[in-house]
Write a protein that binds this ligand. Sequence first.
Ligand SMILES: [Fe+2]
Ligand SMILES: [Fe+2]
Length: 160
Amino acid sequence: MGRTAREILKVDVNEVLKDLLKAYADEWLAHYQYWLAAQWIRGIDADTLRPVLLKQSMDELKHAEKLAQRIIQLGGKPVMEFSQLLTTSRCGYIAPPEDPTDLRKLIEDVLRAEQCAIRFYSEMVEKYRLTDVVTHELFEELLEDEVEDEEEWERFLAKL
Ligand SMILES: [Fe+2]
Ligand SMILES: [Fe+2]
């Protein structure tokens, strides 16, 4: 990070990095959760849900990518050990339901992940509004996407 970029930060950079790392871990876990669900599910509606899960899974990976770039820009390191993703994450990971045809449970779990992200990111948008504009905008962008994701899954759930 350049000198001026450091100057405009009105907050401890380690504090920002801690939050960015939590989000980074969440996005990786959501990516994996949705991708695995897409492989696992069976049943009448599975073919409808599968492409949506795969698309959103890739979107979450792109979120992780943006967070990784901001972390590195701030002089930090993304989570280097895979085993630390879970302990770093804020929203955690929910494994697919035992029963691959239980699509209701699956969608409810996806919704849980999205709702946690929405709460976390809106908290971050507020937190960095005046202290780190770049991080603030990054969280705003992610928040917008998660809001759309939630809406999409609520629609699916209503149709099941
Ligand atoms: Fe995301
Ligand atoms: Fe999402």
